[in-house]
Design a protein around this ligand. Structure first.
Ligand code: ADP
Ligand code: MG
Length: 732
């Protein structure tokens, strides 16, 4: 008998185990059984040959139509060619041999059905598999016998194929393993019964060797459930563990900085801000750490909420950290918080208010003296608020009494970084507030961010101006591009400012700052033309269409002080047009900027475009966003851009984004390793199932946090966590 943890070698022998390991990195029985078929073939239903792509390793079911054999022209030997068909298209199978191939001709007789496996290529306009592996689907000689039995079973699993291994070799190993499998079902009986789930052993057999479609569906349902449930059990345990940690309560103190700040605010809080602020304020007063995610569209006023939370902590004697994803943002936060606080942040200075605190900025690019000063202010507790980038995660940075960590734009920070910061709080743990402007669909929230509580700002502060978005098809209508630059000139003539965003920096071969497409959808196709670059375009615009305007460039390769200077110049209005990479993506706030031109917009993902667009329409004037693209009218890229142009609803767009990306990319970007555990589950389609699993898992874990009463479940979770950890370490 074999368990899921047993090495494959013990069950299927060295040779087969080695092959599975080198081709697919499958090492244990569990690894192999979780390598699910990609699809299934049914008897008589031939593979659609038109669906094959060059370069793919495929296994197809087809009928042999005709065979030919001829001697090679310049060498000894023969070429044997069998043409197979699905009834419409054809595929050539070619075999070269030093000798004659009469035996093959006898074997591959027209009319027979078979499975053929190999790499697709095109030769002289004909699709072919050169030297495919094959198995004929008819009764007969030895090896084909059990295949025939399987064939009679109607449904044949087709595995994701790889170079050194065929689908049926995988199926053979799976069969051996299934015959000796002995699994303890990790799912408690009560839960299985409540949801009408079959047993795990049954499910594993059913997904690999289904008797009929209902059998396969039952198996899939059960295995999906397990994916959702295990994940939710882990998250429930994390939430419980978090509650078990102690934190210093930071209750609201009246008559302190927070009250003074509220009195200085030039506007009323929105209802949503008020509500989120109260939730946060209450949780800060508890003796276990807050873990809250605050989501809201760009411009919905998250920063104000963060500042108020930080001031509550400072009033209560603690310190707060605000972590930003980029240097530009850290500096902007620093400036705007210092400004908003005014005398409240001028402790020890002339004109500083009573109880005033200080705000320190700590980024990677500080000069030695400034850095020393900031480190000292953090360590001594003089600075109640420390703003910075990931430089804050360094070991040298110490705090006197860190009470709150605010992380702006979570999607750039992983769990590991959150943990690194938490550790700086000494014995207790700090409260954590995560802010994101990328709206998160509910299921993603329940999975990727499942260990956080959630506040959502649904409304924008009053007085926001609408943003009009248009797709500019530069390839079809080149003169539209002239019109784009005219519009920019018009904005300038009205005293307003514009952004021009490019995917690349230029000047050498390097990529852009945000590596567009990499974490956000990506370009559909490879272009011969490199993406438009900031440096090239800026030079062109300066000479041509935008001559006479005040242009500045901003990108990640500029020295920090130049970056800061460019941003400042744009913020104070002494620059008309900022030509930039995606460093302006998140959080940058210049209300007088009204136009956003995005070049090669098809190279950015949906969410990223939405984020970029959020940079305009922040003041009293209407915003304009122009998505310039050479993508063809009916292409996927164009559809994506049209969708962005059609709505300002971030939730809709993030759903679309999710639909178009592989789940693993979504999960992987946000949380290392999470990828490996989701194979069948899809976040959008299985929303209801995830909700049920979350509910049941939370209930079970609440009653038995260590799952002592469910050893098989506890073991399955351990395996999952080990995989995650291993994958994370590999990446790091
Ligand atoms: P976010 O970080 O969510 O993108 P910010 O906090 O930067 O948004 O807010 C955007 C702008 O709106 C800022 O200039 C801020 O001062 C302003 N603002 C925030 N809350 C309100 C409000 N309730 N009423 C009016 N303006 C607000
Ligand atoms: Mg912000």
């Amino acid at each position: 008998m074999a368990t899921l943890e047993d090495p494959l070698r013990l069950v299927i022998g060295d040779k087969a185990a080695k092959r599975l390991n080198s081709a697919l990195e499958l090492q244990t029985v569990g690894d192999l059984l979780r390598h699910y078929p990609r699809r299934y073939e049914t008897r008589g239903e031939l593979t659609d040959l038109a669906s094959l792509h060059d370069g793919e390793y495929v296994t197809v079911q087809a009928e042999i139509a005709k065979v030919t054999s001829r001697p090679m022209r310049n060498r000894r030997g023969s070429i044997f060619e069998a043409t197979v068909t699905d009834g419409h298209g054809q595929l050539a199978l070619t075999f070269f041999s030093r000798g004659r191939q009469d035996w093959r001709e006898r074997q591959l007789a027209p009319g027979l059905h078979g499975l053929f496996s190999g790499q697709v290529s095109t030769f002289r306009g004909k699709r072919q598999l050169a030297h495919p592996e094959y198995e004929l689907l008819s009764d007969g000689d030895g090896d084909g016998a059990h295949r025939a039995a399987e064939y009679a079973a109607q449904i044949i699993p087709v595995y994701p194929a790889a170079k050194e291994i065929t689908s049926w070799q995988i199926a053979d190993s799976v069969r051996v393993v299934l015959d000796v499998l002995d699994v303890a079902d990790p799912m408690p009986r009560a839960i299985r019964e409540a949801h009408g789930l079959c047993g795990l052993a049954d499910a594993l057999r059913g997904i690999h060797r289904p008797i009929d479609w209902a059998d396969k569906d039952r198996a899939t349902a059960r295995l999906k459930w397990d994916e959702a449930f295990l994940l939710q059990a882990v998250l429930a345990q994390r939430r419980l563990a978090a509650v078990a940690y102690s934190a210093t309560p930071r209750p609201r103190v009246s008559g302190g900085l927070l009250d003074a700040y509220d009195a200085r605010l030039p506007f009323e809080l929105t209802v949503g801000q008020d509500l989120a602020g109260t939730q946060i304020g209450d949780e800060l007063a508890l003796d276990h750490p807050m873990h809250r995610l605050l989501q809201g569209e760009v411009g919905s006023g998250k920063t104000v909420i963060a500042v108020r939370a930080m001031l509550q902590v400072v009033d209560a004697g603690g310190q707060a950290v605000l972590l930003a994803p980029t240097e530009v943002l850290a500096q902007q936060h620093y400036r705007s918080i210092t400004e908003q606080l005014g005398p409240l942040a001028q402790a020890g200075e002339l004109g500083g208010a009573e109880h005033a605190t200080r705000v320190a900025l700590l980024t990677g690019s500080l000069g030695a003296a400034a850095r020393r000063r900031a480190l000292l202010e953090a360590a001594s507790g003089t600075a109640g608020i420390v703003v910075g980038t990931h430089a804050l995660l360094e070991e040298k940075v110490q705090f006197a009494d860190l009470g709150l960590v605010v992380i702006d734009e979570q999607h750039r920070f992983g769990v590991q970084q959150r943990d690194a910061l938490r550790e700086k709080a000494g014995e207790g743990r700090p409260h954590v507030l995560v802010m994101t402007a990328t709206p998160i669909p509910r299921t993603v929230a329940m999975t990727v961010f499942g260990d956080l509580e959630m506040s959502t700002l649904t409304e924008l502060p009053a007085g926001r101006s609408p943003i009009a978005t248009h797709v500019v098809p530069a390839a079809e209508k080149p003169h539209y591009l002239d019109r784009v630059w005219e519009r920019v000139r018009e904005e300038t003539a009205h005293g307003r400012q514009s952004y021009v965003v490019c995917p690349r920096i230029g000047g050498d071969t390097s990529d852009g700052d945000g590596a567009p497409g990499q974490d956000d959808g990506g370009p559909d196709d490879e272009d011969t033309r490199p993406p438009i670059a900031v440096l090239d375009l800026a030079a062109e615009l300066e000479q041509g269409p935008l001559a006479g305007l005040r242009l500045a460039v901003l990108h990640g390769r500029l020295p920090p002080d130049e970056k800061d200077r460019a941003m400042l110049a744009f913020a104070d209005g002494s620059v008309d047009v900022l030509v930039t990479t995606t460093v302006v993506e998140v959080g940058v706030d210049v209300p007088n900027a009204t136009a956003m031109v995005i070049m090669d917009a098809d190279r950015f993902g949906v969410s990223q475009l939405h984020q970029l667009r959020g940079r305009v329409g922040r003041g009293q004037h209407e915003g304009l966003c122009l998505l310039v693209t050479e993508a063809e009218a009916d292409s996927k890229s164009r559809q994506r851009l049209d969708a962005v142009a059609a709505t300002l609803d971030g939730f809709k767009l993030s759903r679309l984004d999710l639909e178009q990306r592989r789940e693993g990319d979504v999960l992987g970007a946000a949380q290392a390793g999470r990828k490996s555990s989701l194979r069948l589950l899809t976040l959008l389609a299985d929303e209801e199932l995830i909700g049920r699993a979350r509910h049941d898992a939370a209930e079970l874990v609440a009653a038995d946090p260590a799952l002592a009463g469910e050893p098989a479940l506890a073991a399955a979770i351990r395996v999952l966590l080990d995989q995650e950890r291993a994958e994370f370490l590999e990446k790091a």
